[in-house]
Ligand binder design. Sequence first.
Ligand code: 3PY
Ligand code: MG
Length: 260
Amino acid sequence: MPMLDGISLRDAFHKGPALKTIFSIIPSIEIIEMIAIAGFDAVILDMEHGPYSIDSLGPLILAARARGIFPIARVQELSPALIGAALDAGAAGILVPQVTSAAAAAEVVKAARFAPQGARGVNPWVRAADFDAERGWFAQANRSICVMAMIEGREGLEALSDILSVEGLDGIFLGPVDMAQSLGVAGQPEHPIVIEALRQTIVRATENGMGAAVFAPTVAAARRWLQLGVRLAAISEDTAVILSAFRRLISELQVPISEA
Ligand code: 3PY
Ligand code: MG
């Protein structure tokens, strides 16, 4: 289950072309399918901000896999129980918000990997193990799962050097929306001081051999970060995309018929 077309998210993240993904906060199988059909490589199932819990994750993970994209779960917080449950349900990667120290990043790794690299809770009869794990599954899961810690505030930036040396962490994922609040420019994820903080962090991560990932509120932002070498860019949110399509439709319809 951790693989998709023979490649794991972890390998795709480190070795493949940069991944293009989107946050999904509408818990809908059809939305996940359309994200795949549109051509994204992965979807981030957002349990932090989306109105759903672990029991709706399974069908969404299956929808993503059936349509050939990687399901990544963003859990609500650094909780080993939540991380383990999302991985057991079949998530290919895990994203943990608001990581502010190397110790916290190490906790994320510990919760997401089995021994000897970590201490993920063990149950081999779950979807991730095809309900019947062979002995090799634990090592395969450790090799395949992509583990990312979000840096989205001043404290995380200050702890960057230490976070970059955490063993077993695949990537840091930058959150400009929370970062803007933390840097005193709430609501302005494209403010120059946010962009500069992100730019420096991406460069330092890349120089240290750590994959960088980022949320981009716009296509222009996504292009900027892809050019700088991020391994994964999450462009927008399903809600934002759908609302803007609805608005465009109704505003086009409101043009008087004689002028259209
Ligand atoms: C942020 O930018 O703060 C995020 O968490 C992206 O969803
Ligand atoms: Mg955030």
